[in-house]
Design a protein around this ligand. Structure first.
Ligand code: NAP
Length: 247
């Protein structure tokens, strides 16, 4: 028996990086996948890869910062597959600058995608899960929400807010049979991290007790556990996956 047999999963930002690995892994474990991304070419590619490997996947373009897009995402999923078992709120962006240099636009963009995007998608999907009496919501935060980070006022504000919303929804939706958890990745080897200057990256690696970056697949495996029935009593948790950087 596959670990996500008969489940329907939406993964935002799954055109590349951690989201893409998650979509591929969930499909291997038997889930029907709704690949979603703002980038249509990348998203279509992930969905095609899943279908080529014998899985079931559709692509739905959605900019998570747009409430109408989030609603279309939920409605299309129900229209296609009849239910929504898993939502991975993974889409995210970086617009780094120190406090004095950060523009209002940089601040607003990151809040719109990384914080409001999570609210938009969860609000669109939750009524379906409530009606089913079950569901799993995985919110992607970051270790920097736990200890702050130089140059990331906007990102840390959003990712800390994601942890806060996770705790609220664990209470509100837990009684409806829905588990809501937050995951805090450390430094994971994706395009997002490749944009970080080399000097900062090697300084970060030195701080990781395991002495290396994480792989997107390693994060996807934690998401798989949280999406599966193996974690049915885990609700409102904030789980780090960071090679020990927060120790
Ligand atoms: P990534 O490689 O940049 O992938 C993110 C995906 O989300 C991209 O395909 C991106 O499309 C898409 N996206 C951007 N804005 C969007 C929007 N408004 N609506 C829908 N999709 C959108 O990032 P990643 O490294 O895999 O990160 C995934 C998540 O993990 C993010 O929430 C990130 O904050 C979090 N995280 C990552 C790390 C890390 O070290 N990588 C650490 C901690 C937390 P475009 O390519 O068009 O922008």
């Amino acid at each position: 028996m596959k670990r996500l047999e008969n489940k329907v999963a939406i993964i935002t930002g799954s055109g590349r990086g951690i989201g893409r690995e998650t979509a591929l892994l969930f499909a291997q474990e038997g889930a029907r996948i709704v690949v979603s991304d703002i980038d249509s070419a990348a998203g279509e590619q992930t969905a095609t890869e899943i279908r080529r490997a014998g899985g079931t996947a559709i692509f739905v373009r959605a900019d998570v910062s747009q409430r109408a897009d989030a609603q279309v995402l939920a409605d299309t999923t129900v229209g296609e597959f009849g239910r929504i078992d898993i939502l991975v709120n993974n889409a995210g962006i970086l617009r780094d600058a120190t406090l004095l240099k950060m523009t209002e636009e940089q601040f607003d963009q990151v809040i719109a995608v990384n914080l409001k995007g999570v609210f938009n998608c969860t609000q669109a999907v939750a009524p379906v899960m409530i009606q089913q009496g079950q569901g799993k919501i995985i919110n992607v935060s970051s270790v920097v929400a736990l200890y702050g980070n130089f140059g990331q006022t906007n990102y840390v504000a959003a990712k800390s807010g994601v942890i806060g919303m996770t705790k609220v929804w664990a209470r509100e939706l837990g009684r409806k049979g829905i588990c809501v958890n937050a995951v805090c990745p450390g430094f994971i080897s994706t395009e997002m991290v490749k944009s970080v200057p080399e000097k900062i990256l090697s300084a970060m690696k030195e701080k990781v007790p395991l002495g290396r970056l994480g792989e997107p697949k390693e994060v996807a495996q934690l998401f798989l556990f949280l999406a599966s029935d193996e974690s049915n009593y885990i609700n409102g948790a904030v789980i780090s996956i960071d090679g020990g950087i927060t120790v």
